[in-house]
Ligand binder design. Structure first.
Ligand code: SF4
Length: 163
């Protein structure tokens, strides 16, 4: 058994979202087979960083970015006004460690998440559902580690990339 794919936990239906709603499962028959065969590693970087379910919503602070957060110059804040940067960095490190442990080169991650979003946009830190360019903190760390990222609308492309 070889683990070939990394996925955001909420995309396989795990209850790890900030609002404790079940994630949006995108499991197809082929992905189901891979999960059953142990070929997929799943992680919720926010939970891996020590955050609870439920938890206050968080966003990368206005004017900051995932790279800034990873370098120590940026912050992630939540709606309670707490600085949760350390948890996001810890979760990103856990995701990279998991990918490296198994030699994973492809990941399917949840769009728009301050942790998981591939480079297609994140909320701007004002909690007004305003998207700006950029990626989530764990996604950026994975990309920096050489993992090719896809979002939940690109599952078939991700699976094709494994072939
Ligand atoms: Fe899903 Fe990622 Fe958010 Fe966890 S951190 S709930 S895996 S999008």
């Amino acid at each position: 058994m070889t683990i070939r794919l990394l996925m955001s936990s909420c995309l396989v239906g795990q209850c790890c979202r900030w609002d404790a709603n079940n994630g949006k499962s995108i499991v197809t028959p082929r992905l189901h087979k891979m999960l059953c065969a142990g070929e997929v590693a799943v992680i919720c970087p926010e939970c891996a960083g020590g955050l609870d379910v439920p938890r206050p919503a968080a966003e990368i602070a206005p004017g900051h970015c995932a790279k800034c957060v990873l370098s120590g110059a940026g912050r992630v804040v939540n709606t309670a006004g707490e600085d949760v940067t350390a948890a996001y960095v810890k979760g990103a490190e856990a995701a990279v460690a998991l990918a490296k442990k198994h030699g994973i080169r492809v990941a399917v991650l949840k769009a728009k998440s301050p942790s998981c979003s591939p480079a297609k946009g994140v909320y701007d830190g004002t909690f007004t559902h305003t998207l700006v360019e950029g990626s989530g903190v764990a996604a950026q760390a994975l990309a920096d580690a050489g993992v090719t990222l896809f979002d939940e609308t690109e599952l078939e492309a991700a699976l094709a990339a494994l072939d």
